[in-house]
Design a protein around this ligand. Structure first.
Ligand SMILES: [Zn+2]
Length: 361
């Protein structure tokens, strides 16, 4: 079906801020850009002007010195030295929650996210115990990674607490359907799942500016992104999870929001075309699933499937996301019926999993 014109992806025409810079994208809504030391080199954060109540900040960047220095400048510059009422994290990933504790301590703001995202952040920031370390090693070994890749991935342990040195000790819990007042305007918490277990998005209907005008706005976190497909991964903490089922279900939920909603994503540029983008992402995963199913006509390890999906050199940071994405699709195919997982066999040794088309009997 051809998209109707108002369903096509349509980027907001405005200048992309430099790292540490900002740009107003709707009345009282600032787009702030922070840098990241990864191939994905930036994150967007959003500052909502709550007038006398102070600012609401959505997402924070990493908790490293560089980001905190940018925030010092932003608190004085973009935010004009006015108070910060609350800091919201859309989910627990370091680029979103890393600087939250510093911001909360520095400004006296409340901290808000969903219960699951907060608990995950608190757990991972505290560091792994020996049993969790062993689970990480077992997971990636079963995926069939080459020994040098496995070593490089295991050397990443502790990366979370480097990006997130501390997580606020108290929480304002957000649940799907909650209304968040910001300067007399209500934002609705939109739930979902897939990129993480319980991410938070925020929606404000059209007509939210001082004159009763302005577009519908969706702060989407990483649940929907304009250019890249949000990472949907299985992690060693829950090796049999099927987050892709959750994500595909969440993609359908965007249909309930207006098609001309201005989407404010965590990476990339603000855009319109929410419904079209959700359809494209669903199609992308359907194609991936078909590709993997046919690949597994011969038994494959997760590492082999990863290489087929991402046939370029990957650094250890990219490897865990790529392997996680491959296992997410494999687990979904197991749950939907076409594939089965068998342990052992082939050169890999007894503790490596193979995925293959289901054989009757
Ligand atoms: Zn994320």
């Amino acid at each position: 079906m051809l998209p109707t014109p108002d369903d096509a992806i349509d980027y907001l025409l405005c200048t992309t801020p430099d790292p540490g810079g900002w740009q107003e994208v709707a009345p009282g809504v600032l787009w702030i850009r922070l840098s990241l030391p990864f191939q994905l080199d930036h994150i967007n954060t959003w500052a909502l002007d709550g007038g006398a109540d102070g600012w609401t900040l959505i997402d924070c960047g990493l908790g490293d010195k560089h980001t905190l220095a940018l925030w010092e400048g932003l608190l004085r510059g973009a935010l004009g030295g006015r108070p910060v009422e609350r800091v919201v994290a859309t989910h627990f990933h370091p680029d979103h929650i890393g600087a939250a504790n510093w911001l909360v301590e520095r400004t006296g703001a409340a901290f808000a996210t969903s219960l699951t995202e907060w608990l995950f952040a608190r757990m991972l920031s505290a560091g792994n115990d020996a049993a969790a370390d062993a689970a990480v090693e077992r997971f990636y070994r079963r995926c069939g990674l080459a020994p040098e890749t496995l070593d490089a991935v295991l050397a990443r342990r502790g990366a979370y607490s480097r990006g997130v040195p501390a997580v606020p000790a108290t929480l304002t819990r957000l649940r799907a359907g909650d209304r968040l007042p910001v300067g007399g305007r209500l934002w609705t918490v939109i739930g979902g799942s897939g990129h993480t277990a319980e991410p938070v998005s925020l929606f404000r209907p059209a007509g939210g500016d001082d004159n009763g005008n302005g577009p519908a706005l969706l702060i989407s976190g990483d649940q929907i992104l304009p250019r890249i497909s949000p990472n949907i991964s299985v992690w060693p903490t829950e090796p049999d999870a099927d987050p892709l089922a959750d994500y595909l279900a969440s993609l359908k939920d965007w249909a309930a929001l207006p098609s001309d909603t201005l989407v404010l994503p965590s990476h990339g540029r603000p855009f319109r075309g929410l419904h079209r983008r959700a359809d494209d992402l669903a199609l992308h995963h359907a194609e991936r699933l078909a590709e993997i199913e046919s690949l597994c006509a011969s038994p494959r390890t997760a590492a082999e499937v990863t290489q087929a999906l991402f046939p370029r050199p990957l650094d250890p940071h990219q490897t865990v996301f790529a392997v996680g994405e491959a296992v997410a699709h494999l687990n979904h195919l197991i749950r939907m019926g076409p594939l089965e997982r068998v342990s052992g066999g082939r050169a890999g040794g007894p503790d490596i999993d193979l995925y293959r088309r289901h054989t009757a009997g």
